[in-house]
Design a binder for this molecule. Structure first.
Ligand code: FA5
Length: 340
């Protein structure tokens, strides 16, 4: 029997040594130590061994059983360690590989321009205010002194949600909200999306962006308005750019102006982009706040005056980045976006 045991242990040791994975080890455990395993069978057959030999053989079998148990345990540990090492190898990230696969994106030029404008006005001492994109007819037209028959109120110009609620056609509605709060003096800008039933062309989009500016205080003058506009234009486009103020009409300002700048492409000399005028497209509307608007918001128009302007952010971006079509800002063509 002793010889049988020795052969069995020799075979078991070799097989355990050669085992490649935990499943194989488990099969070996069953083969030798399981209920019907070879060592277990030998233990069971001890009854057939002579009385004198039995204790000696019993002791030997138990020793061998423990030996195989120990080998299995050691090999399990080795296999587990190999598995961990393999996993680490497979999951190691080569941080130098594929470094050009993902490029970092950037803000759309409209948001980029809006942030630049906000920062500029913040540095000039203005507050940044936000207003809703859906607003009342009262805030968008009535309190802005807009006559009931003004064409901009028409369904063909403005998107109505019901007869008193619209998608705001301009950010001037935020002026009304801020003035009605009554905290004077006011120095604020407010930027965001605006909506008009405009046909799409190279300078018009039905959804576009405006930034409103409002100052209300004692002794605010047209000179303050022109100075503020000139400062922001030069900061945005450079010292060499010239600003042109043209008389205009808005119901909510008196006097009213429209503003454009020297053509960014030819710098005012005249080229095909500006139809040889030397001037950009219209960038903003402006003026001194109409006394009726101040009174509609509960502000004493004898004591306070104000100026306001509303610029097209998309068009500011077009001039800044030399774009000849507003649609470029909305197409999301990567070939265009990657240029900035
Ligand atoms: C207004 O919206 C006035 N609320 C501006 C204002 C504010 C005047 C305060 C006086 C005092 P206007 O309709 O001109 O004005 O629009 C202002 C600017 O928005 C335009 O100069 C232009 O740059 C831009 N804009 C207007 N319509 C569109 C459009 N469909 N697509 C892109 N930009 C537009």
């Amino acid at each position: 029997m002793q010889e049988k045991v020795n052969t069995l242990v020799k075979n078991a040791t070799e097989k355990i040594e050669k085992a490649n994975n935990l499943n194989e080890l488990n099969d070996l455990r069953v083969k030798y130590l399981g209920k019907k395993g070879e060592i277990t069978s030998l233990l069971k057959s001890l009854s057939s061994v002579s009385k004198e030999e039995r204790p000696k053989m019993g002791k030997l079998l138990n020793e061998k059983r423990n030996e195989i148990e120990k080998l299995l345990k050691q090999k399990t540990q080795v296999i587990n360690e190999q598995k961990v090492e393999q996993k680490i190898k497979e999951e190691t990230i080569d941080v130098t590989a594929n470094r050009n696969k993902y490029t970092q994106g950037h803000l759309n030029l409209i948001n980029e321009t809006m942030r630049q404008l906000e920062e500029l006005f913040l540095n000039m001492g203005f507050d940044i205010v936000s207003g809703p994109e859906i607003d009342t007819v009262e805030n968008c037209f009535d309190d802005l002194n807009s006559p009931k028959n003004h064409p901009s109120r028409d369904l063909t110009d403005t998107f109505y949600l019901d007869k008193n609620v619209v998608l705001r056609p301009h950010t001037s509605s935020v002026q009304i909200r801020v003035m009605k709060e009554g905290n004077l003096p006011i120095r604020m800008v407010s930027a965001g999306r605006t909506f008009r039933n405009d046909e799409v062309d190279d300078t018009h989009s039905p959804m576009f962006h405006q930034m409103e500016c409002l100052v209300v205080d004692e002794n605010v003058s047209l000179a303050n308005l022109k100075d503020t506009i000139n400062i922001f234009i030069k900061n945005m486009f450079g010292e060499e750019i010239k600003t042109r103020f043209r008389p205009h009409y808005f119901p909510f300002t008196e006097p009213s102006l429209e503003v454009d700048v020297t053509c960014p492409i030819c710098k005012g000399k005249g080229c095909s982009a500006c139809n040889n005028t030397g001037w950009s497209m219209e960038l903003l509307g402006a003026g001194m706040v109409h006394p009726n608007v101040l009174e509609n918001c509960g502000i004493d128009s004898e004591k306070y005056t104000g100026f306001a302007f509303g610029m097209g952010v998309d068009r500011i971006a077009m001039v800044k980045y030399g774009l000849d079509d507003i649609r470029l800002l909305y197409d999301n063509d990567k070939r265009f976006l990657e240029q900035f």
